[in-house]
Design a protein. Structure first.
Length: 292
């Protein structure tokens, strides 16, 4: 079994405290030599600016290959393409192109009147610039907006055909969920790599809540196991065992890339990655900018 290629997702900090946490996370995970790291993107001007700053600062200070997430939410096409152009100017060459969720308070996603109506439109426009390697989201358990699994996979194929070169999945709890999805993708003619998204579970209550919101299946045996582990004060140990086993099952099934949702909490992710046989490189020199 080959050593997997790994990547990490971070989110941009909103407070000074959160900035320190992001920095600690990058510091702890950069030595694990990820293929790339990505930074999420939210609605609202401030969050967007923070994504841009986090993407460029991580790239500049750590020399990591950083993919910026970008969505269609609440922006005109011109505004969205301006953000992409600013990334290109800053030397960013990878974008995770997404439709995005409904803004707070709204039930469903609705496009800005002058915005991109779907992820496919956004991907086409970004591909036309010729400046980015594009990744997209994928859903081993159908997205709540999908008619069914087949419709979901066919939509994913449209996203790939529009110019994306790989997809990163939503997290899931069982390797078989991913394998069933991968088989369906192959059957529908998708040849681009599908990278499983892995959530190291630092809070079972939080993971369960998020999974239920996404319409994902929460296995009862996992609920029981985490409840028992928490009662015995061993939740962290169980989380490490569960996540390592999940990754191992995926690798046994031919997976070569793993994308970790770090939630800016590096320790469990780092332990899992080490358990998979990846050793940290000696800490790369920080290229700190001179303070004037
Ligand atoms: P799409 O794949 O375009 O649509 C979701 C589903 O709806 C499709 O799978 C398809 O079944 C159906 N669908 C949509 N439009 C059509 C259509 N016209 N015809 C037929 N079916 C259609 N959200 C953020 O806000 N910021 C982030 O940084 C962020 N990062 C993410 C990273 C990853 C790897 C993933 C998996 C998700 C991320 N999300 C993020 C969440 C994402 O924005 C939501 O899941 C959103 O609801 C769907 O975005 P998408 O690009 O995957 O949508």
């Amino acid at each position: 079994m080959a050593t997997p290629r790994i990547s990490f997702e971070f989110f941009p900090p909103q407070t000074l405290d959160a900035s320190f946490r992001l920095w600690e996370t990058v510091q702890a995970l950069a030595p694990m030599q990820p293929e790339f790291v990505s930074v999420t993107y939210g609605a609202g001007g401030t969050t967007r600016k923070l994504t841009h700053e986090a993407v460029t600062a991580i790239g500049k200070n750590y020399g990591l290959n950083v993919a910026a997430h970008l969505t269609c939410v609440d922006a005109t096409k011109a505004e969205t393409l301006e953000i992409a152009a600013a990334y290109a100017d800053a030397g960013v060459t990878e974008i995770v192109a997404l439709r995005g969720d409904a803004p707070k308070g709204a039930e469903r996603f609705s496009a800005h009147p002058e915005g991109f109506a779907s992820s496919v439109e956004l991907i086409e426009a970004l591909a036309a610039t010729g400046k980015f390697k594009l990744r997209v989201g994928a859903y081993p358990e159908p997205h709540p907006d999908a008619a069914d699994s087949l419709a979901d996979v066919r939509w994913l194929k449209r996203k790939i055909d529009a110019g994306a070169s790989s997809a990163i999945t939503q997290f899931f709890f069982d390797a078989d969920t991913f394998f069933r999805f991968r088989d369906l993708c192959v059957k529908e003619g998708i040849t681009a790599p599908i990278i499983p998204g892995i959530l190291p579970i630092t809070s079972w209550a939080g993971a369960k809540k998020f999974a239920l919101r996404c319409g994902s299946d929460v296995p009862a045996r996992l609920d029981d196991a985490f409840t028992t582990a928490a009662r015995d004060g061993r939740e962290e140990l169980y989380a490490l065992a569960h996540c390592t086993q999940l990754c191992d099952n995926l690798l046994q099934g031919g997976v070569e890339d793993l994308h970790f949702y770090t939630l800016n909490r590096p320790h469990l992710t780092r332990e899992v990655v080490r358990a998979l046989g990846i050793q940290p490189e000696l800490v790369p020199e920080l290229v700190l900018e001179k303070v004037a």
